[in-house]
Design a binder for this molecule. Structure first.
Ligand SMILES: Cc1ncc(COP(=O)(O)O)c(C=O)c1O
Length: 403
């Protein structure tokens, strides 16, 4: 199929939920993607922080292919060896005690919300169902996770939304102290607000929240759907903050591209779920769990977490150098290989100009780019990406915006 036909069929047969860029990819390898016409791109989107091992990593392909040849799906009516192994790997790396597997970030957060309510009914107060969440957050697109998301853009038109979410400004501990009350069962935060523009929590804030949750007998839950599994240069972002959450949600990078979501919880919390309380037909099936195991084992075997930390520093450093000589770059921030660039220019135009020069990045805000390459990215690829971004900024600056 050629790009023209794909665009035409997408336009005609798909629901118009996405504003897609006019490109379609045929294959990838590492940090490179090739479109249907054979043009090469440096992929600094990674399917929005998903393809953590890059495209077609040999160890991951081998593991998934072997599993495809054994069996893909059996049901959680039975024990699943690959799922048990994935749970063990996650528990050992996170310091939490148990895992539940699902298929996406929204599902992981749904499960965490249900778990918090169930825990409160058992351990705190049957009327404690409220969850404190932040403005500018993003937790997913199901009704409950949209209700928990601190951005009206995602909620408008879908009312009535499930109740029980209380919003506070991010990085404001006093506001959280006032919001957490007798009816609160949990606080749910992203350690770095990803969709909100890559905004890291202040260490004092996250540590203060943990203390507050302990004092008021409330669960401290972190949404690490975007930040988890090596992206920030640690297994989990919470490990950089020196906190220990009661519940962590994961997805995106966990399966390396195969849909896998997970909830991790401390023993006392996890055991609030009893048989029949929650489930998922596909969650943790042999294929998905094998993909997760391959990601976790390969990240470790190839030292990719430390590599992500070093490449993240290089990327942010190069971008700061670019900022010092390019007036269009206002600020660079992030953690590990999750980096934002605030612009004094229209981010959508810069995204187009980058793509035309063979670099994929995306806009998380009207004037903010997000860079989240696969964790296998090399120093040369980081340098080349920043070079292309500089050229794209020059090109956008040279052509005034059409009004
Ligand atoms: C922090 C966070 N939570 C939840 C989600 C939702 O994940 P999914 O799209 O897999 O449902 C996202 C997706 O961007 C996210 O960034």
């Amino acid at each position: 199929m050629d790009t023209h036909t794909v665009l035409e069929w997408s336009d005609r047969y798909l629901m118009p939920t996405y504003r897609r860029q006019p490109v379609a990819f045929a294959r990838g390898r590492g940090v490179r993607l090739w479109d249907l016409e054979g043009r090469e791109y440096l992929d600094f989107v990674a399917g929005i922080a998903v393809t953590s091992l890059g495209h077609a990593h040999p160890a991951w392909v081998r593991a998934v292919t072997e599993q495809l040849n054994r069996c893909v799906h059996v049901s959680n009516l039975y024990h699943i060896p690959e799922q048990a192994r994935a749970a063990k790997l996650l528990v050992e790396r996170s310091g939490l005690d148990r895992a539940f597997f699902c298929n996406s970030g929204a599902e992981a957060n749904e499960a965490a919300i249900k778990l918090a309510r169930k825990w409160a009914k058992r351990c705190k107060d049957p009327d404690a169902y409220e969850i404190v969440v932040a403005h500018n957050s993003f937790h997913g697109r199901t009704l409950a996770t949209v209700a928990a998301t601190g951005n009206p853009r995602y909620q408008k038109g879908f009312e009535p939304l499930p109740e029980g979410f209380r919003f506070v400004p991010f990085n404001d501990l006093d506001a959280a102290e006032q919001a957490v009350g007798q009816r609160t069962c949990a606080v749910l935060m992203e350690p770095v607000q990803g969709e909100g523009g890559v905004v890291p929590a202040h260490p004092d804030y996250l540590q203060g929240l943990e203390r507050l949750c302990r004092e008021r007998q409330v669960l401290f839950m972190l949404d690490e759907v975007q930040t988890g599994v090596g992206r920030t240069g640690r297994w989990f972002a919470f490990q950089s903050y020196g906190v220990r959450p009661d519940v962590v949600t994961l997805a995106k990078g966990l399966g390396g591209g195969v849909p896998v979501g997970a909830v991790l919880a401390r023993e006392e919390v996890a055991c609030s779920f009893e048989p029949g309380d929650h489930g998922s037909t596909f969650g943790g099936n042999p294929l998905a769990a094998t993909a997760a195991c391959a990601v976790l084992e390969t990240l470790e075997a190839e030292g990719l977490i430390e590599h992500a930390r070093r490449m993240g520093e290089r990327l942010a450093g190069n971008l700061r150098q670019l900022a010092s000589r390019h007036p269009a770059v206002a600020e660079v921030r992030g953690m590990g290989l999750l980096v934002a660039v605030d612009l004094r220019a229209d981010a959508a135009r810069v995204v187009d100009a980058c793509r035309e020069r063979g670099l994929l990045v995306n806009a998380v805000r009207p004037q903010t780019l997000r860079l989240a390459p696969p964790l296998v990215v090399s120093a040369e690829e980081v340098d080349r990406a920043v070079e292309i971004l500089g050229q794209a900024l020059d090109a956008v600056a040279a052509v005034p915006e059409a009004r």
